[in-house]
Design a protein around this ligand. Structure first.
Ligand code: G4P
Length: 536
């Protein structure tokens, strides 16, 4: 296989278009323990980034050798950083954006999905679709992100294959096309059958390699494992080719159909097939919606949006890094870019590329790449950078928090300072801040509990503000809007103590529980309650 990309022929392309087309920017979505970290390591191995691969899963001792970022990371032994891992394979550039998943699950996990063009959904073959996967899938669906499915841990006892596909179809309303099919299961898992081309790839015989599967006749499999019922396997494969939907690139690209691969990340089996699928089917950087027009990735002028801010990556310098996804054109180190929100220019003197644990200066980057831009609080989540054009990319949303707490200041004299600090923290996307209209102390909202720990640590270290969090009478927050301004005003007036302003001054309804939220919704005619807010 010389080039995995589908679009290889056609007329001569500009160097920019060629660079853009060979990029695949993706994330892995999964429930904790499904095998995301293991799969990431194996993908990096394919790309030759072996020195990084061993560090992805930096548990225990290995964790101590990494750069000394936030104290909280060290204490918990987990990564707060959403890093970007870039590797090349078969002349393609893969940008894998890490989605924090365990205790470090946060809004950043969601926002990262706004910066990718496709996602790999990893499912534990014994467990099927789990809660977190489902949630992350819903975020992908908001933007019709194409999904490739990897059903992992086939070397262990697993659920019936048809059942698993059926579950994906029913719970996610997503059509499936198996690209490979497992032969045997659990301890008797022998390998996978290539549904498109026929032939079986055996687990034992170098499953890591890509390329044609070994052409093994199914009947010959019996000799390899007496437990296999070869007749049943043949029947099953006949049913697969008859009953399963053929792969359609367009349906996949529109987010309606997922190709499914089976394998074992731990045994490095099926990973090559998956990577090949990513290269062949996943889109190169897609056009991005802005408030004015759609921006094509191969337009010559650089544009980008910020989807994540990381503070204190180097405590000695107290720097902040904004992670920006390039939407079009080429970024060259030293160039000037316009920050559209303020109208001011900023020099991109030291944009950086991130690897698993390292960073390096980025002399040039292309649409689809993610660069880190050091700054001192100038850049916010959702900011757009251009070469002068007045456009703002849409689609870096805020998500309704799952945990709401009231902030209690131990030194009441510092209320003003706290207000400023919370404003900054919410602009950086650390937490969301809601200020009740009745003047009660501010509430903070997060989707992952670690965000609260980060907030507390940073308020203490950077602002000398020791705070505690109290359980609030409110548990849920929903943005409220209406086509009829008067109706909205009347609703706000009637629900005074349950309405707060978010960081942009947009009204948010706070509810004690789901029941109360439902009850209020039913009676609030003309008011829209939303659990997602697009950054304007
Ligand atoms: P995560 O990032 O999605 O949370 O999952 P991770 O890769 O850390 O994998 C979770 C556990 O599942 C790990 O075991 C890992 O070795 C195991 N695992 C991953 N892929 C496979 C697979 O294909 N087959 C089998 N049998 N196991 C797999 P652990 O015991 O929790 O961690 P460790 O002690 O091995 O580090």
């Amino acid at each position: 296989m010389s080039d995995l990309a589908l679009s290889t022929e056609s007329s001569p392309r500009s160097p920019l278009t060629s660079e853009v087309e060979r990029r695949r920017t993706f994330a892995i979505i999964s429930h904790p323990d499904a095998g995301k970290t293991t799969l990431t390591e194996k993908l990096l191995l394919f790309g030759g980034a072996i020195n990084l691969a061993g560090q992805v899963k930096a548990k225990g001792e290995r964790r101590n050798t990494r750069s000394d970022w936030m104290k909280i990371e060290r204490e918990r032994g987990i990564s707060v950083v959403t890093s970007v891992m870039t590797f090349e394979f078969e002349n393609l550039v893969f940008n894998l954006l890490d989605t924090p998943g365990h205790e470090d699950f946060s809004e950043d996990t969601y926002r990262t999905l706004t910066a990718v063009d496709s996602a790999v959904m990893v499912i534990d073959a014994a467990k099927g679709i789990e809660a977190r996967t489902r949630k992350l899938f819903e975020v992908c669906r908001l933007r019709d992100i194409p999904i490739i499915t990897f059903i992992n841990k086939m070397d262990r006892e697993s659920r019936d294959t048809f059942d698993l596909l059926d579950e994906i179809e029913k719970t996610l309303a997503l059509d499936t096309t198996p690209m490979t099919w497992p032969v045997g299961r659990g301890r008797d898992f022998l390998g996978t059958y290539d549904v498109t081309n026929g032939g079986v790839r055996l687990l034992e015989g170098g499953g890591a390699k890509t390329g044609a599967a070994q052409q093994i006749d199914i009947s010959d499999l019996a000799g390899r494992n007496p437990n296999l019922d070869v007749g049943a396997i043949k029947d099953e494969l006949a049913l697969v080719s008859e009953a399963c939907q053929p792969f359609e690139l367009e349906a996949f690209r529109e987010g309606h159909l997922t190709p499914v691969y089976f394998g074992s990340a731990l045994r490095n089996f099926g990973v090559g097939d998956l990577l090949e699928g990513l290269g062949r089917f996943a889109p190169s950087p897609r056009a991005q919606e802005s408030n004015v027009r759609k921006v094509e990735a191969n337009e010559p002028r650089m544009s980008a949006f910020v989807f994540k801010i990381q503070a204190n990556m180097d405590p000695n310098h107290r720097d902040r890094i904004a992670f920006a996804r390039l939407c079009s054109g080429k970024l060259t180190r030293g160039m000037k870019a316009k920050l559209v929100r303020t109208g001011k220019n900023m020099s991109l003197t030291s944009p950086q590329f991130f690897f698993a644990q390292d960073r390096a200066l980025a002399d040039e980057a292309f649409a689809g790449d993610v660069v880190g831009i050091p700054n001192h609080g100038t850049l916010r989540i959702g900011d757009t950078l251009t070469e002068g054009e007045e456009i703002t990319f849409v689609g870096v949303p805020s998500f309704a928090p799952e945990i709401v707490r009231r902030v209690r200041l131990t030194d009441a004299m510092k209320a003003k300072k706290l207000k400023e600090a919370l404003q900054q923290m919410s602009e950086e996307g650390v937490v969301q801040v809601f200020r009740p209209r009745d003047g009660a102390p501010a509430l903070v909202g997060v989707v992952g509990p670690l965000q609260l720990d980060v907030l507390k640590a940073r308020l203490d270290a950077e602002y000398a503000l020791p705070v505690e969090f109290e359980v609030s009478e409110f548990q849920l927050a929903r943005w409220i809007s209406s086509d009829d301004r008067k109706k909205l005003e009347a609703f706000i007036a009637a629900n005074g103590s349950g309405v707060a302003d978010d960081v942009d001054g947009d009204p948010v309804f706070l509810a004690k529980n789901e029941f109360y939220l439902g009850y209020t919704k039913e009676r609030a005619e003309g008011i829209v309650f939303s659990s997602i807010k697009d950054v304007k």
